[in-house]
Design a protein around this ligand. Structure first.
Ligand code: A2R
Ligand code: GDD
Length: 317
């Protein structure tokens, strides 16, 4: 089976590559850009076949899809950082929306019909009212960032291509996930890195933070990629599934857990640069639909994931 991962050099893509290379009879292919940093996948022994393409460029996407003719596509490439979507909205919308359009059109013009997983996000739900928690797939979508808007567009475009052209698409909406190799701007990695820097005397004993009041539903990335694989194995075409833990943590609690794992004494300082024009107050999901379809449930405790992430940064600063 030929499996194509877009975004293979990213956080989730690199974990997915590790997971799939442990499975039999899979020929793993990935898309990289000419100046992609491959540090996240360099350690993988059974090398995936890497093809150069920028998903914003239809010519390059079509050439790669025609060459590989994948049986399954996991579309993970994206501008994935909510914060940057406010400063570079056009790049976010182009990469995420037009990038996906290019993949769908390349699939159509190649006359293949692979199974395709589309990585949506809990950010799509955006502003959620107290009486709507935990969030089900049927909840209204009230996006609060350009990133969230791009993910709503990806989600609905996937539905439309399933209905209009019969593309074999399944949509997932993953809630927050973390683990080793999580990009530095994201909250768990950012705080863990700062603590590791302070421990080594490379940063004054001050942790810079943004909005500590937000509540997020966190999982380990390895649970998420297992879910992505299962979504195509057992999910129903055209459907959308929440992948989440059902447990909410205040960001201040995440910081407390990290600090409890270290001996450093720190001052916490609000950094106005880290505040977003609008930040989703609470995301807490219900995964019963996905569980019913696939049997999936989260397995790795958050505290274990966070401890692993802190150790990762201790080795990498
Ligand atoms: O930056 P690169 O060259 O290493 O590649 C990133 C890739 N990517 C692209 N690939 C091709 N053409 C583009 N125009 C393009 N723009 C970005 O997407 C990298 O391999 C990946 C993004 O990785 P991360 O930022 O670490 O995101 P993460 O957490 O792995 O997110 C995976 C999916 C995304 O759809 C998120 O929106 C969703 O999960 O939450
Ligand atoms: N990044 C960051 N840095 N966030 C901070 C900080 C900080 O210093 N301080 C507080 N926060 C808050 C943010 O305001 C947000 O409420 C929360 O921590 C999580 O921020 P991120 O880790 O940047 O993740 P996100 O929730 O915006 O988005 C992530 O999860 C989505 C799924 O819900 C990303 O991985 C998205 O790609 C993904 O779709």
């Amino acid at each position: 089976m030929k499996v194509l991962i877009t975004g293979i050099t990213g956080f989730v893509g690199s974990h997915f590559a590790e997971y799939l290379l442990g499975k039999k009879d899979i020929e793993l292919c990935g898309i990289i850009r000419w100046r992609s940093d491959t540090k996240n996948i360099n350690h993988i022994k059974d090398k995936p076949a890497l093809y150069e393409s920028d998903i914003r460029d239809f010519v390059s996407v079509k050439a790669v899809i025609e060459k590989i003719k994948p049986d399954r596509i996991f579309h993970l490439a994206a501008q994935s950082f909510v914060g940057s979507s406010f400063t570079a909205p056009q790049e976010t919308l182009t990469t995420n929306i037009i990038g996906q359009l290019n993949i769908f059109e390349a699939v159509r013009s190649s006359r293949i019909n692979p199974l395709i997983q589309i990585a949506g996000s809990s950010e799509e739900y955006g502003l959620v009212h107290e009486d709507e928690l935990p969030i089900k797939e049927t909840n209204p979508l009230r996006p609060l960032s350009p990133y969230a808007v791009s993910k709503v567009a990806q989600d609905f475009m996937a539905y439309q291509y399933f209905k209009s052209y019969g593309l074999n698409i399944i949509r997932t909406r993953a809630f927050n996930h973390t683990g080793i190799r999580r990009g530095e701007p994201f909250v768990t990695s950012n705080f863990a890195k700062q603590i590791a820097m302070i421990e080594k005397g490379k940063q004054p004993s001050v942790i810079k933070v943004g909005n500590l009041d937000a509540i997020r539903d966190f999982m380990d990335v390895r649970d998420v990629i297992r879910g992505y694989w299962l979504s195509l194995e057992k999910g129903t075409l055209g459907e959308v599934y929440n992948i989440c833990s059902g447990k909410g943590y205040k960001i201040s609690e995440v910081l407390d857990i990290l600090l409890s794992l270290s001996k450093v004494k720190v001052k916490i300082e609000k950094d106005p640069e880290r505040m977003r024009p609008s930040d989703v107050p609470v995301l807490l999901g219900d995964y019963s639909k996905f569980n019913k379809a696939t049997g999936w449930k989260p397995e790795i405790p958050f505290e274990e994931t966070i401890a692993g992430l802190l150790d990762y940064w201790r080795k990498n600063v």
